[in-house]
Write a new protein. Sequence first.
Length: 164
Amino acid sequence: MGLFQRVIGTAIAKGTAVPIFKKQELSKRAEAAAGAESSILLGVDQGSQSLHIEEVRVAPNARIPRRINPHTEVAIIVQEGKVDAILGRERIPIGPGDIVLAPAGSAHGFLNRHEEPARLLFVFPTHQVEQVEVSIPGATLGFPSEKGLSGYQSPEDRPLGEGR
């Protein structure tokens, strides 16, 4: 399906065509991680000159592994549900309306330890999105996604799937 087949309408602002898209008709990407489903809402395929916006749904007891974006910052907006933001060596609970601004090169990931799915928007100022998964020694012990780490510092750090 081409770009113009997905456009549901066009408005004119200051003499420039402004496309409008139906979210349901945008393509879904393969799972970025087990329990996470990603859709590109806006990017080069939709005619954006620089913005890249992805919606990621995180299932209960699933995570978005810790990563860095080496060359660009990213804003992450919680649309619904609750997650723990894993920022460097810290874990901070966040919910609807909260915004994380991860500077270029900063480690960030997300963990949904709740019964409801969460929906996050990732807003990049560029199409050239490079993401590198990372593991930080000594950070957030007990998460199975943190290769080479073990031990639990508190009941909150138990692996997913264990009793609550």
